[in-house]
Each structure stands twice: as C-alpha cells, then as structure tokens.
Design a protein around this ligand. Sequence first.
Ligand SMILES: *Cc1c(COP(=O)(O)O)cnc(C)c1O
Length: 230
Amino acid sequence: MSITENLARVRADIYDAALAAGRDPSSVRLLPVSKYHPADQIREAHAAGCTLFGENRVQEMAAKHAELADEGIGFAVIGPVQSNKVKPVAELAAELQSLESLSLAEKLNRRCEALGRRLPVLVQVNTSGEPQKSGIAPADAVGFARSLQGREGLDVRGLMTMAVFSHDEAEVAACFQRLVDAQARIRDAVGGGYDELSMGMSGDFRIAIAHGSTCVRIGTAIFGPRLNLR
Ligand SMILES: *Cc1c(COP(=O)(O)O)cnc(C)c1O
C-alpha cells in the first residue's frame, strides 16, 4: 500500500469512527506522525493534503523543517524537549503537544515572548501511570493549568496523552477517560478552554475518537513500520 492509499483508508476510518460515536467527523483532526521517515515520504503525504506532521525528536524536527518548510510543510513536536532544545522548538515548531514541566513552560514562554509569538501547546498527561511515559500526573492537572495562566508566549489549547499499550480495550479506554476527566476539572478551575484532546495512535484511535479525541496522531498506519536504527 502506498502512503496515499494508507492516508485515504485512515481518513475513512476516522470518519467512520466519528459517525459511530455520534460526532461530527470534522471535529477530529489527523496529525500524521512522520518520525524516522524520510522527507520524500512526507512530500507524498503533503501531496495528499497533509500540511502538519508530528515529530517526537527536536533534532529530527529541525532537520526536516530546514528541508521542507519552504514547501509549506510544518511540524508539531510530540516528544520530550530537553532544556537545550527549547530554542528550536520556539523558533520552528508549529505547535508543541508534549508540555510536561513548569521549567519547560517557563523557558519556552520566555523564548516565545522574545520572538513575539504565541506557541500553541498541549499539556501532556500520563494517564497510564507507566513510569516510562512522559506527562504530568492527572492529579496535578489543575495545579499545572493554573501555573500556565498569564503566560503570553504560550497558547494553551488542551491536553495530550498516550494510552497504555494493551489489547485490553477497557484499559486503553480508561486512559482516554482519565484525560477527559482532567479536562473537565481544569475547565471548572480555570473557566473553560482546553478544547483540544490529542489522543489516539495507529492501534487505538477508534477508541480515542469514541471518547472525544479531537486530534489523532498516526504514524505506522500511514507510513508503515519505522526503522529505529538511525
Ligand atoms: C510515534 C508516536 C505516535 C504514532 O504512533 P503510531 O503507533 O505509529 O501511530 C503518536 N504519538 C506519539 C507521542 C508518538 O511518539
């Protein structure tokens, strides 16, 4: 299957999952995740209508940005940001979905204010409780949201999570529900906002859409297996 064919199938599956959940299909955006895949594959997806791509390593994002930004292609950072990588994120990323510490928020905010931009960000929440996963604890969501208020360099749009990797659909669904619950508590505390819920990947996006996902991050189902050997 080509990337173009994979994209058509994934888009149809998103559409069907949204209708099955009684939702407007246009309320779910697709973020193709291009990490580890070369520029030509991104070009093929771009030709099929995608303009924003997810990358989980800042260095790879910066390299692909240098190669592809002129062609109208942008990148969302979806992985950990070390403090020495704040600058390229502030300067190059179209959005950051993996904000998970106050120190990162402070550094990014300062950089973005200096650049005169408001970077769209999502707060990553660790809804599976697995130590190897990034994100703030659900119990800290309200406090963290409060600490982000008034930061002019950050446009806080919502929450992101990765569910547990499991064949048990109920366990996966419980993770997504924890993100929905965190959103409700934050909205109560700060008076609204946080509309975006980025949840769902190749293996679990249908479940995520049933639980209210507004952004699914899909790599393998579009680009095929990753060669994690570079
Ligand atoms: C790699 C990655 C994805 C995409 O995963 P697939 O299973 O290949 O669809 C989604 N979100 C994050 C944060 C990732 O790192």
